[in-house]
Design a protein. Sequence first.
Length: 278
Amino acid sequence: MKTLIIAGLAAGLAPALLTPVWALAADWRSPDPAQTLVIDTTKGRMVVELAPQVAPQAVARIKLLAREGVYDGLEVHRVIPGFVAQTGNPNNQDGGGSDHPDLAPEFTFRLTPEMAREVAFVTEASDGRTGFLGSLPISAVSAGEEARARNGRVLAWGAYCAGVFGMGRQADPGTANSEIFVMLDSARRLDRDYTPFGRVIAGFDVAQALAAGEPPETPDRMVRVALAADLPDAERPRIEVADPAGALFQAKVAAQRAEKGADFTLCDVEIPAREASR
């Protein structure tokens, strides 16, 4: 597929997020500022689209901690290249948490018929299917199971592809609190074992540039974490992402499928992003 980078891309947009020459305005959508987390770090800005349909408690907690300023200044205390970067503990170590109660697991969710109409499915097999709910990659039971589901609600879960954010926890599944992590590569073994709450839509290169180590010798920090809706208008990210229902996204999926052949998976698909006009 012939591609080009949109002129004037905002700082922090990953070089991999490319835009076909023929992309139309109808192919793009603007994330809800009330569901968009802005993480300014010592390496640059990451923008995360939250997924309250998948993990409502986790999303509510992230918003609360951001508004309380708990995340501001915290170290990225564990970074394993090719796997994960962790932060969010007030003690800057594994373990610990905020003053708020721990959260129950949200490892899976029920995909309603209304939600299913918003999903762009990219793979289908007898034992399940995968696609995107907004920018979050998900897996769900097969269409056959859906037809047999009571009230049309079928089991689904977030897929831990690169750029997905999740809630850290201890051995007990019900110990998620404030720690968060971002996937630096796909690790589907984490599916249904950790609560996913969003995905990076801009600034994945920032995540990849975070100082490595357990802990790093000189850790990077989250300087400020805020919802886009809470920022002054001039400081909000101006980003549009490809609509999974649009021709641009569908063409990208088709190109990746043709390139990968039988090895094609959900995690091969990156959602294009571009700077929006002001």
